[in-house]
Design a protein around this ligand. Structure first.
Ligand code: PAF
Length: 285
């Protein structure tokens, strides 16, 4: 596996592969990798492309009171994991390499940013799409892979690519969960064992909502209330939001006829976890 922290070197590595006719698959990450990231690698490898993975904890997407400085980092452990997983090139730039001067140019996100995590974390998605856009310009991938745990992020990036005519195909990859249902996240490491146990309520309440939906419940408010009540009753988690939204444009939903996203964010101590489920009638094959 090749590895570099320099943009110019990464460009050379990618250009050489392109000259040999290879397509480029890209997985942007903030490191502290887990099986969810490795599922992205596996999916990227299936495309037969040269696989580039980046690790960069992007300061631009953290608010002033968020966990930028304490975000977990272990570059050597990550490098070892991705080498075994078959990544071809690892790009791990420093902040100085990515932001050599104060930024004056950003990618702005429209209405998709005004709900869910966007509403709770002002400026977060502007930081995400700005760095993803920079990374796309550096790597120039044919395909880029994003986990569906950050469903809103995936949707916003997909929309950015369409709106700005970026020549990259965005490929969503399903959420990876622990055996007991907890969605994998780099932040899970911050949970105490008691909080980790309580956090199971997230996937459990989403599963219960799905069962209700399968049994014919179509009221978005009823599902939201059921999930909220259960989290409040059975854990000490502090709810940031529990919302049912249209799965394509995140607009408000009253009756769940089209595919919907049931999304939540809950704090356990200082650790904020997100999870979601997309509910849609399975297409006839
Ligand atoms: O999902 C993440 O890890 C980050 O938001 C991303 C896409 C790598 C941008 O910093």
């Amino acid at each position: 596996m090749k590895r570099t922290s320099y943009i110019s070197e990464l460009r050379e590595i990618v250009a050489m592969e392109r000259r040999q006719g290879k397509k480029i698959a890209f997985i942007p990450t903030m490191g502290y990798l887990h099986q969810g990231h490795l599922a992205l690698v596996e999916r990227a490898k299936q495309s037969g492309s040269f696989v580039v993975l980046s690790i960069f904890v992007n300061p631009l997407q953290f608010g002033p009171n968020e966990d930028y400085s304490s975000y977990p980092r272990d570059l050597e452990r990550d490098a070892h994991l991705v080498e075994i997983a078959g990544v071809d090139a690892l790009f791990h730039p420093t902040s100085a390499e990515m932001y050599p001067r104060p930024m004056v140019t950003y990618v702005e996100v429209g209405q998709l940013d005004s709900v869910l995590c966007g509403a709770k974390r002002p400026g977060h998605f502007r930081g995400v799409v700005t760095v993803v856009s920079k990374l796309f310009h550096i790597v120039q991938p044919d395909f880029a892979f994003f986990g569906q745990k950050d469903y809103q992020q995936y949707l916003i990036i997909q929309r950015m690519v369409k709106d700005l005519n970026l020549p990259v195909e965005i490929i969503p990859v399903p959420i990876v969960r622990e055996q007991d249902g907890l969605a994998l996240s780099s932040r899970n490491v911050f949970l105490t064992s008691e909080q980790r146990q309580e956090a199971l309520i997230l996937s459990q309440s989403l599963n219960e909502a799905e069962m209700l939906w399968r049994a014919g419940e179509r009221s978005a408010r009823v599902l939201e209330t059921r999930i909220r009540d259960r989290i409040t009753r059975e854990s000490q988690g502090i709810i940031d939001y529990v919302e049912v939204r249209d799965a394509e444009d995140l607009s408000e939903v009253t009756n769940m006829e089209n595919p919907v996203l049931v999304a939540l964010a809950v704090r356990f101590g200082s650790t904020r976890l997100i999870d979601n489920k997309v509910m849609e009638v399975e297409p006839l094959v």
